[in-house]
Design a protein around this ligand. Structure first.
Ligand SMILES: [Zn+2]
Length: 88
């Protein structure tokens, strides 16, 4: 069975995670988001961390996550992709 929608990248997921946790993601985006989580351990960890931030803060904004933490995470994704080969 082939998915009807293109796969989500880790970077897209990071950008969508606040909407996902606030349940404001459109259903098709949400499906892609959850599909990505089924095979991406990094994003599962990221989602768990963001959920904790949301629960402790009661509110989630881009600013809730320190810029350094976000940069470090995105750098991890880049290195990881590099390691798996392919891409541009
Ligand atoms: Zn991912």
């Amino acid at each position: 069975m082939t998915p009807a929608v293109p796969d989500l990248s880790c970077r897209e997921l990071v950008e969508l995670v606040t909407d996902y946790l606030e349940a404001s993601l459109p259903v098709d985006e949400r499906t892609r988001f959850e599909l990505h989580l089924t095979y991406c351990e990094f994003c599962r960890t990221y989602l768990a961390q963001m959920r904790q931030v949301l629960e402790s803060a009661g509110e989630l904004t881009e600013e809730s996550l320190a810029p350094e933490a976000r940069d470090a995470l995105l750098a991890t994704f880049r290195d990881w992709k590099k390691g798996s080969g392919g891409g541009s």
